[in-house]
Design a protein around this ligand. Structure first.
Ligand code: CP
Length: 310
């Protein structure tokens, strides 16, 4: 892959390879041949994505350049293009970018000499979130084929819904959406069902945050939970093996009853744990493809007993 910007650029086989690498990498961290710098360019708030990329980069032995637009020369009017060129000039070997624009990838300099990984693009794509969600589902069920997956909530504003719906469909899952009036997305051509139908039928219930900052009128917490969220009563209707996911941050008591966040079927914190391994795998993969990381690095480590960097 050149830059990693969309999960749609991956074949089914490439997706499965990355999920496999994420499992392997827990045991066998590839050896870096030299000092390498990862620059995390975050033009939008983030906790999980920024910190799990940071953890992944450090676990791979990379130095981390941590950029947040607030407090940077972006506030003096420096463009996205010039910011990217600046990090290339000062020696970054890899860029991770999150930006509120759907289309920031089109502004990546055509001759950029280092790889870019998408850490979230407006409402369009969040490919590493998608991969960590896929890993979480695969660990649970060992397959995607014929799984009943419902993505529920503020679909209209969700880059996670978009990335996951297309990837899951491609992998053979039956994907339904569930959204309150005005929170659906006509561009996503998947069937819609009610939350009451969703909880009874699904194997995977993927809840989405109500993105209050993008709504013109206040969405009322308690009535949202009662009408569209995962209440205690709805949770009892779920199949015995069904799991609950949420990319987080969570509006506790809104998308989900606060006491269900850490219930037996919740995989919300598992998703976050998996995020570190998926990001390690994506970084190792792209560094190998760009010739920055030796292709044999994994093998050398496995030969050393798979107990971390030799
Ligand atoms: N899931 C997710 O992208 O969380 P952050 O916004 O905290 O990175």
């Amino acid at each position: 892959m050149r830059h990693f910007l969309s999960v749609q650029q991956l074949t089914k086989e490439q997706i499965m390879d990355i999920l496999q690498s994420a499992d392997t990498i827990k045991q066998a961290v590839p050896a870096l041949p030299q000092q390498l710098f990862a620059a995390n360019l975050f033009f939008e708030p983030s906790t999980r994505t920024r910190m799990s990329f940071t953890a992944a980069e450090k676990r791979l032995g990379m130095e981390v350049l941590d950029f947040q637009a607030a407090g940077s020369s972006t506030e003096k009017g420096e463009s996205f293009y010039d910011t990217v060129k600046t990090f290339e000039a000062i020696g970054a070997n890899l860029l991770v970018i999150r930006h509120p624009s759907d289309d920031w990838a089109s502004e990546i300099p055509a001759d950029l000499s280092i790889p870019v990984i998408n850490g979230g693009a407006g409402k369009r794509e969040h490919p590493t979130q998608c991969l960590l969600d896929l890993l979480t589902i695969y660990q649970e069920f060992g397959r995607f084929q014929d799984l009943q997956v419902v993505i529920a909530g503020d679909i209209k504003h969700s880059r996670v819904a978009r990335s996951n719906a297309f990837a899951l469909k491609r992998l053979g899952a039956n994907v339904h959406l569930s959204a309150p009036p005005g929170m659906g997305d006509p561009e996503l051509s998947f069937p819609y069902i009610s939350m009451d139908q969703a909880v009874k039928n699904c194997d995977v219930l993927m809840l989405l945050r109500v993105q209050r900052e993008r709504h013109e009128t206040e969405v009322e917490t308690v009535s949202y939970l009662q009408q569209y969220g995962l209440t205690l009563e709805r949770e009892e209707q779920m199949k015995i093996h069904a799991i609950v996911m949420h990319p987080a941050p969570v509006n506790r008591g809104m998308e989900i009853d606060a006491t269900l966040m850490e219930c037996g079927r919740s995989r919300i914190f598992k998703q976050m744990e998996n995020g570190v391994y998926i990001r390690m795998a994506v970084i190792a993969n792209i560094l190998q493809e760009w010739g920055i990381l030796d292709e044999t690095a994994f093998n050398k480590c496995e030969a050393a007993g798979g107990k971390g960097r030799p």
